[in-house]
Design a protein around this ligand. Structure first.
Ligand code: NAD
Length: 276
């Protein structure tokens, strides 16, 4: 079975470099998909309160004899110190787990300006041993700088939109300086990047699929990556990326696909769903 490498986090813990994302995986199908993923060798699942499928993730993971790394996220409406603590308990109840591997603030929501308080609650949860690692998602450089300055605690990871058409160089440079692992959401550009002829040519050269080629680009770039598929048939394809490597030229060619207007999803500066 495929062995996924582990990455070291700045708190001394480790995280598998590749996991399964379950955004928009229907709640009723999630347990089946995650069980199939575990059968295919995945040992890391990325969910969120917002996805409404933590129950299905927990049901599948609890049955697995191996350690399965689970990430969940604090929803915008639950930001603030006390609400973060309560929302964590609710997520853990839905997951049916005693300890969580990684808890993330889903969006900074600068409009309500509560992320420093939420971060302080996350620090407490880690001190109490209820969560092993804490991090953030969709944070900008200024948001990261603020929680570091105000608490002295650097997030283990920042989960951000990152795919060949949107490569987030400035944010990555900040991550590198602070030992923050870059976790990539929408790594396949939500499917769109798979149709890029440049990706198609590199895939053909290696006898791999476009999805495998892009996921391998993330791996060879040192990112943490959580491609999603709700199709059981594609699960093995998306994890079968450890028997080849992209060469220098392939890497440069994919790096050249970066576009300033390639962002998918909301702008973290204004995203305030759940609190508007
Ligand atoms: P993705 O880039 O992983 O694309 C998923 C889509 O690509 C699938 O729905 C399918 O249409 C297609 N696909 C996947 N594998 C394929 C294959 N082998 N062949 C052909 N098509 C294939 O996009 P995503 O789901 O948005 O992102 C991945 C994960 O990131 C999510 O499931 C979620 O866990 C996380 N995420 C986080 C945030 C955040 O704000 N933190 C936002 C969005 C997603």
């Amino acid at each position: 079975m495929t062995q996924v490498p582990q990455q070291l986090l700045n708190d001394g813990r480790t995280i598998p470099q590749l996991g399964l994302g379950v955004y928009q995986t229907p709640p009723a199908e999630t347990e089946t998909i995650v069980r199939a993923a575990l059968d295919a060798g995945y040992r890391y699942v990325d969910t969120a309160m917002f996805y409404r499928n933590e129950e299905g993730v927990g049901a599948a993971v609890r049955d697995c004899p191996d350690w399965v790394f689970v990430t969940t996220k604090l929803w915008n409406a639950d930001q603030g110190y006390d609400r973060t603590l309560a929302a964590f308990d609710e997520s853990m109840q839905r997951l049916g787990l005693d300890e969580l591997d990684l808890f993330l603030i889903h969006w900074p929501v600068p409009k309500i300006d509560r992320f420093v308080e939420s971060w302080k609650a996350m620090i407490r949860l880690r001190e109490e041993g209820r969560v092993r690692s804490i991090g953030v998602s969709n944070f900008r450089v200024e948001d990261l700088q603020r929680i570091i300055d105000e608490t002295g605690v650097t997030p283990a990871t920042n989960q951000i939109v990152l795919h060949p058409g949107f490569q987030q160089r400035e944010l990555r440079a900040f991550h590198e300086r602070h030992g923050i692992v870059t976790t990539c959401w929408a790594p396949l550009g939500q499917g769109e990047a798979l149709r890029d002829p440049v990706i198609g040519r590199i895939a053909e050269k290696h006898g791999k699929t476009p999805a495998q080629t892009i996921i391998r680009w993330h791996i060879d770039s040192g990112f943490n990556v959580i491609p999603k598929t709700a199709s059981v048939g594609r699960l093995p394809e998306n994890i079968d990326v450890f028997d080849f490597q992209l060469d220098h030229e392939d890497m440069r060619t994919i790096e050249a696909l970066d576009r300033s207007d390639g962002r998918i999803g909301s702008d973290p500066a204004t995203m305030a769903m759940g609190v508007e």
